[in-house]
Design a protein around this ligand. Structure first.
Ligand code: TEU
Length: 560
């Protein structure tokens, strides 16, 4: 079995992980200082969010030099030290690869915008104004698409009188993958990192690199100022071709690597094609269906989680990728609110139990689990009071558009940002109960959650009943029980609104996993498990007759 099917990946968001020099910003030295925390947890792979030079408009997802290290974070020598330190502890490192777009301060873009006859003009998407419209006036953009971060997806450039495409911020111009020179430049850069010793890549919005070159207008949804253009760039016409070319040019003949493509909006059918090893594209993808389940057609209305829907979605992904292909498993990353606040209960009475329950259900699925920094502590959302406490370009941009162009009130938008905003994931990692949570001796770029006095790594490493040690045990179980990594998956109780239940089977071993996603006792009507061995129980209180206490999670094992 391929090594990464038995592995657990841990995501580090460097600017919020650990600050070694007191400037309020996490750095590479800070990661080196905490490698033992990660080794003790037992993870196999570290994924670093971008550490390259960047104006930090989108916290590093706007890269101005692909082959160096952001000075705020360190330098290449420190990076090599980090890589060696991880490898010495048997952990691999994968890099974030952000090549749907670059920074507008990358030399490629500076060259491209210098004139219509620039040799790199065609490295980005330049287009004239809509026919018959005055360039630079509202509505004259080449298409009606909105950018993910608010405002139009096109920026007018006075100098040449044309617009460039930016699906994200205007400081993130989209690279033109139609141009073979662009692709070769990206592949060369990837080989350079692999030659340096890195172990693979997480590929940012990689299913957006191929666009329908006719750039058609998108559908305008009621109440929104700009259209959704995604039909023209999600899973575009040449995506499979580009990924296969990348595989040939970069990965062919290299061993021991991991590739994961971030693919918002990807379908199960497409994901099967992307992850079928015979097609040589990527090892696994990040799909979004299960983190969009609490999102309705109106982006500014909170929709409560419906467990039956969550199970239907994840069950569909499990069944779809059961043959060829492979799942990635995640609740959290730097773009998502904290899962214990979202699908669990972060009140003092239930935080620990529900964090453990959520970890158990996720890690017992078939696929490779990803842990986002602080998830192993059950870190929660931050109590944001007002918009001026947010730093995220997405929150600020969407807030502005909603208020200025779409007639929303501050309170209705804030309500959603508090629950879903990306800064919830980006507050400093909570190392101890000292000021700033032991993250920094200076002023952190985003304040630490006040609950760090209770919730922190130091306290949890010392407490065998902590969320940290529970995650450590989940990772250990994956190593000692082959059915966790390799077993077949069967969903049970699909219509139950409280219990998430399934079995895993490998040869003569069968596991039963049940998680109670509610604050009330719930009975699991599942027969045949009397006398089975109880492998894990987050409450240390074995359920009588499969009556699960609030937020309880259990794993049983039997021989069949
Ligand atoms: O995110 C892509 C993505 O789909 C986001 O739009 C995400 O769904 C949304 O922000 C959730 O609120 C990737 C990176 O993970 C993100 O941090 C970057 O901002 C984005 O690409 C642009 O590089």
């Amino acid at each position: 079995m391929t090594w990464w099917k038995k592995s657990v990946v841990y995501q580090i968001y460097p600017r919020s992980f650990a600050d070694s020099d007191g400037d309020g910003m996490g750095d590479l030295r800070g990661i080196i200082d905490h490698l033992d925390h990660l080794a003790e947890l037992g993870v196999d792979v570290l994924w670093l969010s971008p550490v390259y030079p960047s104006p930090q408009d989108d916290n590093g997802y706007d890269i101005s030099d692909y082959q160096d290290i952001e000075p705020l974070f360190g330098d290449l020598a420190t990076f090599d030290e980090l890589l060696a330190g991880a490898h010495a502890r048997n952990m691999k490192i994968i890099m974030d690869l952000v090549v749907n777009h670059s920074s507008d301060e990358h030399e490629w873009f500076l060259e491209s915008r210098s004139g219509t006859d620039s040799p790199k003009r065609d490295w980005y998407w330049w287009r004239p104004a809509r026919p018959g419209m005055e360039p630079g006036t509202p509505g004259a953009e080449p298409t009606n698409w909105g950018s993910v971060f608010g405002g139009p997806a096109w920026e007018y450039d006075e100098k040449t009188g044309e617009y460039y495409l930016h699906l994200f911020s205007k400081k993130q111009p989209d690279l033109n993958w139609e141009n073979p020179e662009v692709r070769q430049a990206v592949y060369a850069m990837m080989r350079w990192w692999l030659d340096r010793g890195v172990d693979g890549f997480r590929m940012d919005v990689i299913n957006m690199i191929s666009k329908d070159v006719s750039l058609p207008d998108g559908r305008l949804n009621a109440g929104s100022a700009y259209a959704d253009g995604s039909e023209a760039f999600i899973g575009g016409p040449r995506l499979h071709e580009f990924l296969q070319e990348m595989h040939r040019e970069v990965f062919e003949g290299r061993e021991g690597l991991l590739t994961v493509g971030e693919m918002p909006g990807v379908t199960v059918e497409e994901a099967i094609l992307h992850t079928d090893p015979d097609r040589r594209e990527v090892d696994m993808v990040f799909q979004f269906d299960h983190v969009w389940v609490d999102r309705g057609p109106d982006p500014w209305l909170l929709v409560p989680l419906q467990l039956t829907q969550l199970k239907a979605i994840l069950g569909r992904w499990q069944a779809g990728l059961a043959g060829a292909g492979w799942n990635s498993l995640y609740w959290n990353n730097h773009d998502q609110p904290r899962v214990v606040s979202r699908y669990g209960d972060d009140s003092p009475a239930h935080r620990v139990a529900s964090a453990k329950m959520l970890g158990t259900v996720l890690h017992l699925h078939r696929g490779t689990p990803y842990i986002y920094q602080g998830e192993e502590l059950g870190m929660t959302n931050y109590p944001f009071a007002d918009i001026d406490e947010f730093r995220d370009i997405e929150a600020l941009g969407q807030y502005k558009q909603a208020l200025e162009l779409e007639g929303r009130t501050p309170e209705e938008v804030l309500k959603v940002l508090r629950a879903r905003g990306r800064d919830n994931a980006r507050t400093p990692m909570q190392w101890d109960d000292s000021p700033n949570a032991g993250f920094s001796t200076g002023t952190p770029w985003l304040p630490a959650n006040p609950n760090h006095v209770e919730i922190n790594a130091k306290a949890q490493r010392a407490d065998p009943d902590s969320v940290f040690h529970w995650y450590r045990r989940l990772i250990e179980l994956r190593r000692t029980e082959p059915a966790v990594a390799e077993g077949d998956f069967t969903m049970l109780l699909p219509n139950d609104e409280r219990l998430y239940a399934f079995t895993r089977r490998l040869g003569g071993t069968e596991l039963l996993v049940i998680g109670n996603f509610s604050g009330v006792e719930a009975h699991a009507g599942i027969d045949g498990w009397d006398g089975a061995e109880l492998v894990l129980d987050n409450l240390d209180s074995p359920p009588e007759g499969l009556n699960l206490a609030p937020w309880q999670a259990v794993v049983y094992r039997r021989t069949v």
